[in-house]
Design a protein around this ligand. Structure first.
Ligand code: UN1
Length: 513
C-alpha cells in the first residue's frame, strides 16, 4: 500500500514502473539486469531500474568525455547559473523528492526534506563559489617575472554514493564539480536506485532547457561491479566514494593503482564526551537524535557516549527515559521518530551487534528487538537499543549501521575521555558536552579530538554544508561540501611569465651560451 501521497510524488518525479538506469541526460538506455526497489517502509515494490552493462558504460564515458570539452569552456559563473536553476528545480520538487527519499530509504519525512534542503544549500554555495575559484599570486624571485596559479577543470568525476543519503551526497559532489567545469557519472546505491533516477531527471531537464550537450550529468546503476567500470577507468581522474571502510579500501587501491585521485567518505564511530559540566538537557537531545535519527544509519550517527563517572547515572537515566518516548513506525507519519532500517540484512547486523555486546560482557539497559505485526510487515523496524560496554570490546570498536548506542564510563580528567574517543580506527565526527572552557578548548586542541569534525555542545550528526565534511584514519581522509573542498575537483596549474628580454634562471644558475 503506497500511502502518504507516494503515488503522486512518484508521478511528479517521472518515476516509471521500469526505468532505464543508464542516462547521459535526455538519452536514457540500459541493457543490464533488473534491480527491484522495495520500500523498507511497507515492503512494497516501488519500481524497477535496469542496470548498466559495460557496453552501456562505454557509451556514457564517451559522451561524458565529449561533453567535458564543451562544458569546461563555459565561464564558471555561467556554470553557476545552471546550478542555480538546478537548485530552483529542487525547491519546486522538495516535497515529492523528500517523500521518495523517505519511502525508498526509510528515514523520516522531516529528514527526507532536510536532505533535499542540503542539496538546495550546496547549490546556493556552489553558485557563489562559481565566482570565487581563486588561486594565489606569488612574487617571483626573478626580475620582470610574474607568478600565479590557476585552477582548471579536472575532467570526468565518478561519484559512488550510499543508500543512507541517497540524494544529498551526490549533490555535494556534483554541484561543486559542475561549477568547477567537470562532468559527472553517478552510481547511486543499488538499494536506492529510484532516488538516482529522480535526481538525474531533474538535472537533465535543466541541461536540456539550456541547450547544453548530453553527458554533463550521467547516471549508471548496479552493484559494485558497475562502480568498478569507473574505478578501473583512467578516463575518470577523480572517484568520490561514500560507503563502508571495506569498500573504500578496495576503491582506494584500485584508483591509486592507476594514479587517479580518490575522495573517500567512509565509516565513523562517533562519540560524544559528556563531562561533569555538561548541560544534561542538551546532551540528551544531541545524543538521542544522534543515535536514533535515520535509525542510526548516518555515517555521523552517535555510537558511543563517553560519560564522566560523577554524572554517569544521571545521564544514563535521562537517556533511557528519553528512549521510552520514542515512537517507531512509518517514517512518512510525522508522529514517528524512528523509521525502519534499509533492509533485512541490516536488521541481521543490528541483531548480531546486540548478541555480540552481551557476549563480550556488556549490559543491555534499553532492550532491542525486531518489531512485527501491524505496520511492521517489512521486517525492517527495530527498537533503538542501549548497552553499557567497555571501550575495548571489538563490537564497540566496530561501526554497526543501526540504532545501537554504547555507554562508556570515564573518570578523572577529560584527557581520559579523549583517549577512549580517539582509541578507535575511525575518525569522522566527535563532540563534547561541557560548559567548561578549559575542557572544550582541550578537546579542540592539537592533542584533542583526532576527527575531521569536532563539535562543542552539539551532537555528532547533522553537519551544515558550509564546512568541509569528512574524517581521518579509516574514514578515508576526504573532504567534500563546503570550505575549500572544491579544490579536489580541479587541477592546479602554476604559471610563471617572463615579460623581459632576458632569460634569468631560477636559483641563480648561470648558463651562458
Ligand atoms: C552521511 O551520513 O553519509 O552530518 C552524511 C550529517 C549529514 C550528512 C551525513 N549532514 O549527519
Amino acid at each position: 500500500a503506497k500511502t502518504f501521497g507516494i503515488n503522486d510524488a512518484l508521478k511528479q518525479l517521472g518515476i516509471q514502473d521500469i526505468n532505464p538506469g543508464t542516462s547521459t541526460g535526455s538519452e536514457n538506455f540500459s541493457s543490464g539486469e533488473i534491480i527491484s526497489s522495495y520500500s523498507p517502509v511497507d515492503g512494497a515494490l516501488i519500481g524497477k531500474v535496469q542496470a548498466t552493462t559495460q557496453e552501456d558504460y562505454n557509451k556514457v564515458i564517451t559522451t561524458a568525455t565529449a561533453a567535458f570539452k564543451t562544458w569546461r569552456t563555459k565561464p564558471a559563473p555561467l556554470r553557476g547559473e545552471i546550478v542555480r536553476q538546478f537548485g530552483d528545480k529542487l525547491r519546486e520538487l522538495k516535497e515529492p523528492l523528500g517523500k521518495l527519499v523517505s519511502y525508498e530509504m526509510g528515514k523520516s519525512y522531516q529528514e527526507g526534506l532536510g536532505e533535499v534542503q542540503e542539496m538546495i544549500d550546496i547549490c546556493d554555495f556552489a553558485v557563489g563559489l562559481s565566482r570565487q575559484l581563486h588561486g594565489l599570486t606569488m612574487h617571483s624571485e626573478r626580475p620582470g617575472h610574474r607568478m600565479y596559479e590557476q585552477y582548471h577543470p579536472l575532467g570526468v568525476v565518478g561519484i559512488i554514493s550510499a543508500f543512507n543519503f541517497p540524494v544529498a551526497v551526490w549533490a555535494w559532489n556534483t554541484a561543486l564539480a559542475w561549477i568547477c567545469g567537470d562532468v559527472c557519472i553517478w552510481k547511486p546505491s543499488e538499494k536506492t536506485p529510484l532516488c538516482g533516477i529522480a535526481c538525474q531527471k531533474i538535472a537533465a531537464d535543466v541541461f536540456k532547457a539550456n541547450n547544453l550537450p548530453e553527458g554533463i550529468s550521467n547516471l549508471i546503476n548496479g552493484d559494485y561491479k558497475v562502480g568498478e567500470f569507473m574505478t578501473k577507468d583512467a578516463r575518470v581522474p577523480l572517484i568520490s566514494a561514500t560507503g563502508s571502510t571495506r569498500m573504500g579500501k578496495i576503491v582506494a587501491q584500485e584508483v591509486a593503482g592507476r594514479l587517479g585521485k580518490s575522495l573517500l567518505e567512509l565509516g565513523g564511530n562517533n562519540a560524544i564526551i559528556v563531562t561533569p559540566d555538561a548541560d544534561i538537557k542538551m546532551t540528551v537531545i544531541g545524543a538521542v537524535f544522534g543515535a536514533v535519527g535515520t535509525a542510526g544509519q548516518r555515517c555521523t550517527s552517535t555510537r558511543r557516549l563517553i560519560i564522566h563517572e560523577d554524572i554517569y547515572d544521571t545521564v544514563k537515566n535521562a537517556v533511557v527515559t528519553a528512549y521510552k518516548q520514542l515512537r517507531i513506525g512509518n517514517p512518512l507519519d510525522e508522529n514517528n521518530h524512528v523509521g525502519p532500517l534499509i533492509d533485512t540484512d541490516a536488521v541481521k547486523m543490528y541483531q548480531n551487534a546486540l548478541t555480540k555486546v552481551v557476549e563480550e560482557g556488556g549490559n543491555i539497559v534499553v532492550e532491542g528487538g525486531v518489531l512485527s505485526g501491524n505496520g511492521y510487515e517489512s521486517g525492517c523496524y527495530v527498537k533503538p537499543a542501549i548497552a553499557e560496554a567497555q571501550p575495548s570490546y571489538s563490537i564497540v570498536q566496530h561501526e554497526t549501521f543501526a540504532p545501537v548506542l554504547y555507554l562508556l564510563k570515564y573518570s578523572g580528567d577529560v584527557e581520559n575521555a579523549l583517549e577512549i574517543q580517539n582509541g578507535v580506527a575511525q575518525g569522522l565526527s566527535s563532540a563534547i558536552m561541557t560548559n567548561n572552557l578549559r575542557e572544550a578548548e582541550r578537546f579542540l586542541s592539537v592533542n584533542g579530538s583526532d576527527c575531521g569534525i569536532a563539535n562543542v555542545n552539539i551532537g555528532t550528526s547533522g553537519a551544515e554544508i558550509g564546512g568541509a565534511f569528512g574524517g581521518e584514519k579509516e574514514t578515508g581522509g576526504g573532504r567534500e561540501s563546503g570550505s575549500d573542498a572544491w579544490k579536489v575537483y580541479m587541477r592546479r596549474q602554476t604559471n610563471t611569465i617572463n615579460y623581459t628580454t632576458e632569460l634569468p634562471l631560477a636559483q641563480g644558475i648561470k648558463f651562458d651560451l
